[in-house]
Write a protein that binds this ligand. Sequence first.
Ligand code: HEM
Length: 446
Amino acid sequence: MLRLLRVLSPLGDLPRFRGNPNGFLLDAARKSGDLVNFRLAAQNVFLVSHPDAIRDVLVTHQANFTKSRMLERAKVLLGEGLLTSEGELHTRQRRLVQPAFHRDRLARYAVDMVACSANARAAWCDGMEMDVSKEMARLTLAIVGRTLFSTDISSEADEIGAAMTEIFSLFDTLLMPFSDWIQKLRVPSVRRFEEARGKLDRIVYGLIAERRQTGEDAGDLLSMLLLAQDEDKTRMTDKQVRDEALTLLIAGHETTANALTWTWYLLSQNPEAEARVHKELETVLGGGLPTFDDMERLPYTTGVISEALRLYPPAWAIGRRVKQDYTIGDRTIPAKSILLMSPWVVHRDPRWWPEPERFRPERWLPGETEGRPKFAYFPFGGGARTCIGERFAWAEGVLVLATLAQRWKMGLVPGHPVETRAVITLRTRYGMKMKVAARPPQNRLN
Ligand code: HEM
């Protein structure tokens, strides 16, 4: 009877999915295996959880897929930026933006990443309590502002943060069936969303106007976007520059802030790993600030970030829409279905990760990684749509953690509830209240 009701329900599994999407997906894969079919309102959805099948969708047969509904909806905020555009426009924009992430550029960004982190750590004091998720969002926003736009947007950080929260809350609604109607009705949440989007627009168009006026080539991403020319000598419109800039601002700070927040939480729960990080930082850095070149000499600290991205992948699900009927195993997936691939699910699969719930940065040390299929771990996706900021994110994760952990430890405030909230990224439901403690002076030199 219950089953019949579910089949007849116009929302399908949507109510259960919305309450706890990552939990729902994990349950589904555990109960029903590597390919699970369910319905979210009118959408026919397939959860794909075998690494080889994921590789086929993201890489081998990528031409047969477009972005899923979630990212199509994101156009109301991001327009036609890299994350949301498709086809030729995407290929062209990706070519124009890519040089901003070359190795020599990253080495320069690394200096700013460390400088921003050193500012943050200098403002902390022993015993101070803070919401680490907010503090990390402020820090990563400052870093994106400085590296990609050569500007200090930290004064606007709270405003941007509040706008993002508003936008994320409405996003849940935008994913609902009938969301076009909800938008047209301009209910209060839609009005708040539009106000928040207006705020972000003012900030980004302000940056564009300032730069156009001075005509200066600051050598950063914004100048590259403004000066980039196609073969036919056309330049991007302000709207296209705005879409790309806002995409990078949002994609570039929210994800890394989440990853760092979960990293602090995991370290606070695993004192042995925390002690090993401290030891590595002392041995390798000897009290000096970290640099881009130090990163390869910090394998354990890098392992901590890898393991945090395994257990709490900021992009907890990646979706694709099927263009033409597609076959996985002996099953035909009809055109227009949605395929979901979830790092949250696959990163917890005991076939690839013994004791999957255990935080063990050692899994990432040389010699430990052999035999794992490539797509058993895909926090940055794969194929033509793979994260353009992946190397930026690795540098940022490791250098921010290294700089802050040289001086400080974090302890979870007793009783503070810790839960995930899977919206677009894997946020914390109640923030992350932690207490800062100075590391004993004999363990640090500056
Ligand atoms: C831990 C940090 C990050 C994670 C986990 C992450 C994850 C991802 C994932 C999974 C995708 C692919 C989505 C899909 O295939 O549908 C993606 C795309 C993208 N990411 Fe990231 N990202 C991170 C940091 C960054 C940073 C720092 C930037 C920029 C500074 C960035 C910019 C982008 C952009 C522009 C795309 C779209 C690429 C395209 O479609 O061509 N991301 N990211």
